[in-house]
Design a protein around this ligand. Structure first.
Ligand SMILES: [Zn+2]
Length: 106
């Protein structure tokens, strides 16, 4: 009995470290709530979105898949709480902003 508990604890720890599977990560973001004021990262968009998300749905899907992928991979569940995203995440987010400046229209 005790062993099962231990395994569960380790699993939880792993999750907090951001070692979720892709499916778990998708579920985490999908279930994320509006815990504080946080707007879509598309320039000029005032849509309120959960801090675990990059942007509102219409804008997120305007971003090319090849730019969304790296951002998604670099996203660490919990970074929206401790406000400490990785360098990889920041770079991926920066690439998206540069793409929007060049090709995005609103
Ligand atoms: Zn938006």
């Amino acid at each position: 009995m005790k062993t099962t508990k231990k395994i569960k604890k380790v699993k939880k720890k792993k999750k907090l470290k951001g070692e979720m599977s892709k499916k778990e990560k998708a579920e985490y973001v999908k279930a994320a709530e509006q815990t504080r004021s946080h707007t879509c990262h598309w320039p000029g968009c005032k849509e309120q979105i959960p801090p675990a998300m990059w942007g509102c749905k219409p804008h997120w899907f305007k971003v090319p898949r090849k730019l969304r992928g790296p951002l998604w991979d670099a996203f660490r569940p919990g970074q929206e709480i401790d406000m400490n995203p990785s360098q990889a995440y920041l770079e991926a987010a920066d690439k998206i902003q540069r793409w929007i400046k060049k090709y995005g229209e609103d």
